[in-house]
Design a protein around this ligand. Structure first.
Ligand code: FNR
Length: 339
């Protein structure tokens, strides 16, 4: 048995294999209304036909001012549910499970309106200076995540992933590089974690006993940023809150360029899994079957998130299987051409 093609269950949701389509913004809502377009249907559904186990949508904004770009997907009003529901229906037809990445870009939002963040610090000179969030703004944003969770349930998603990475809003609260608040939401790491803690409670109040993942930037590549020890603290908190998996990414908190290499984020993913025994997802230049299988067999992660490789080839699961001498079932329409 190859572990890459073994099943795994999260709170009653069973994935047929360990391959996850990593959330990737497609900037394709030309109408700027956050709604699913024919492109999104083709894009996500073709990866389901390609035998990906779990498909996570691109960052989907819980508030319009939290969009990374005006063309982002959204879930900030009830009108978004219908398109997302149709998307899920189609993906489910081909045996994949679905996740939605609930997101708010905070100071990295590129929209026409004012933008918001824990502290009034621009990401760099090309970005607007954000408005410092009041406690009222914080409450509204937590409520927006809660409403996003309700709509995700109504649209039949199997899993929610919170976008807590890459220097977007949740990540901005977690990091001492971007959170300079002096109230209960800033200062020590317990306070910096408060915003995320409140979001998780609000999400669970609508989402119930369904799986919840979170993506974190487990390395901020800055000496004054959160350390690995801080991330182990956050991971323990998340585990205690019943979060099912940490999707271990890195970077994006402050403008620092990094030089990625195959598996460059796996080390921290492995440490978090081993030290806290929460399930983890590995991501970042995982490009072939043997590499993915090694990570799983050596218990360095529970899921393998694939980004750009799946953009290049929606049928990557089949290629990865072949590389580790394993045969996966073809979608019934493709049986004659699959082997
Ligand atoms: C991304 N990535 C990303 N991450 C995320 O959490 N939410 C998102 O919406 C996006 N959007 C996005 C768009 C595009 C075009 C790319 C290429 C990437 C990051 C992505 O999920 C993944 O973590 C990285 O690409 C690293 O994995 P790969 O591509 O090396 O497999």
């Amino acid at each position: 048995m190859r572990k890459l093609f073994s099943t795994i269950e999260f709170k009653g949701v069973s994935l047929k294999n360990r391959i996850v389509m990593s959330p990737m913004c497609m900037y394709s809502c030309e109408q700027r209304d956050g709604k699913i377009t024919p492109f999104h249907m083709t894009h996500y559904v073709s990866r389901a036909v390609g035998q990906v186990g779990l498909i996570i949508t691109e960052a989907t904004a819980v508030q319009p001012e939290g969009r990374i770009s005006p063309q982002d997907l959204g879930i900030w009003n009830d009108g978004h549910v219908e398109g997302l529901k149709k998307l899920n229906e189609q993906i489910h037809t081909y045996g994949a499970k679905t996740g939605i990445q609930l997101a708010h870009a905070g100071r990295k939002a590129e929209v026409d309106s004012d933008i918001y963040a824990p502290s009034p610090l621009a990401f760099d000179e090309s970005y607007k200076t954000p408005v410092e969030m009041t406690t009222g703004d914080i409450e509204n944003t937590v409520e927006a995540f809660k409403n996003g969770a309700r709509r995700a349930r109504q649209a039949n998603f199997d899993i929610i992933e919170l976008h807590g990475a890459h220097g977007y809003l949740i990540s901005q609260f977690l990091s001492p590089l971007t959170n300079k608040r002096t109230d209960a939401y800033g200062g020590n790491r317990e306070n910096r974690f408060r915003f995320l803690r409140e979001i998780i409670a609000a999400v669970y109040s609508e989402w119930g006993e369904r799986p919840l993942f979170i993506r974190l930037s487990t390395d901020e590549y800055h000496e004054a940023g959160n350390t690995l020890e801080d991330y182990l603290y956050f991971a323990n908190q998340l585990k205690a809150l019943g979060v099912d998996l940490i999707d271990c990414s890195s970077g994006g908190v402050v403008p620092i360029s990094i030089k990625p290499y195959p598996g460059y984020q796996v080390k921290r993913c492995e440490t978090i899994k081993k030290e806290t025994s929460i399930a983890t997802g590995a991501v970042g230049l995982i490009i072939n079957g043997p590499q993915a299988e090694e990570i799983l067999q050596n218990e360095r992660a529970d899921l393998i998130f694939i980004g750009r490789t799946l953009l290049r080839n929606p049928y990557w699961a089949r290629v990865a299987a072949e590389e580790i001498r394993y045969q996966i079932e073809a979608p019934k329409q493709y049986i004659r051409g699959w082997k």
